[in-house]
Design a protein around this ligand. Structure first.
Ligand SMILES: Nc1ncnc2c1ncn2[C@@H]1O[C@H](COP(=O)(O)OP(=O)(O)OP(=O)(O)O)[C@@H](O)[C@H]1O
Length: 232
């Protein structure tokens, strides 16, 4: 469904420029949950931005099988739910915004989807500051899935949450995948969460994908020394 081929990106005006991504190749199939792991600075978020067309690549292509309306097919959730939301808006206003092009009853659609992420109607009248961290991340997630995308890119979405809320959000992602058939590209440096959640994983180091593994019997297996060290 998502096909990334030979993607490269550099930043800076100097020569040589700083290479951030080099010859990245990856796929996400329909209904799959795919992880991307790697240490801080390895290029994971840059890759997410390129996949979402928020920035252009220097070389390579990102293609999406059902790309007739990219916005409706592919959505992203970022780590910092607080920064991602207008603090003066109510949850209802925040959720209505991505549906501005929708024909029909936007309120009814929001009410129907609220339940999918474990929120209630009482949350609609609140502002982000009146929600817990877990509730804020649910609103953030809900905002991205209201258009029922085929692919959801999650960039470190459980990183700043405590273990219990992390678990709830991971279960929520699993449910969205199961019930809505949504494919997930889950970017994280939390290897435990990735091993639990993902069917397949790519390991990034220094802007390159150095290894890929498919989960068997609940575990990934690696050969590259860097991946072995990460997952040790
Ligand atoms: N707009 C930019 N201009 C210049 N350099 C950038 C820009 N965005 C990212 N970088 C650099 O690209 C490298 C990769 O950053 P990126 O945020 O993609 O890594 P990451 O793996 O997501 O890290 P983290 O896990 O800490 O978020 C870093 O060295 C960063 O400083």
């Amino acid at each position: 469904m998502l096909n990334v081929e030979h993607l490269s990106k550099s930043y800076g005006r100097g020569k040589p420029k700083k290479a951030i991504l080099q010859d990245i190749n990856l796929t996400v199939d329909e209904g799959e949950i795919v992880g991307i792991v790697g240490e801080s600075g390895s290029g994971k978020s840059t890759l997410a931005r390129l996949i979402m067309r928020l920035e252009s690549a220097d070389e390579g292509t990102v293609s999406f099988a059902t790309a007739d309306d990219f916005y409706a097919s592919c959505q992203i959730v970022f780590q910092n739910a607080t920064a991602a939301m207008n603090p003066s808006w109510t949850v209802r206003e925040i959720l209505k915004e991505p549906l501005r092009k929708m024909k029909g009853d936007r309120d009814a659609h929001i009410r129907e989807m609220l339940e999918k992420v474990g929120l209630e109607e009482k949350h609609l009248a609140r502002r982000p500051s009146e929600l817990s961290g877990g509730e804020r991340q649910r609103v953030n997630l809900l905002r991205s899935i209201l258009v029922e995308p085929k692919l959801l890119v999650c960039d470190e979405i459980v990183s700043n949450l405590d273990r219990l809320i992390q678990k709830e959000i991971v279960e929520l992602i699993q449910r969205l995948n199961r019930e809505m058939g949504m494919a997930i590209l889950f970017i994280s440096h939390d290897l435990k969460v990735v091993e639990h959640l993902c069917d397949r994983v790519y390991v990034m180091q220094g802007g390159r994908i150095i290894e890929e593994s498919v989960k068997r019997d609940g575990h990934f297996s690696f050969e590259h020394s860097y991946s072995l060290m990460l997952f040790e």
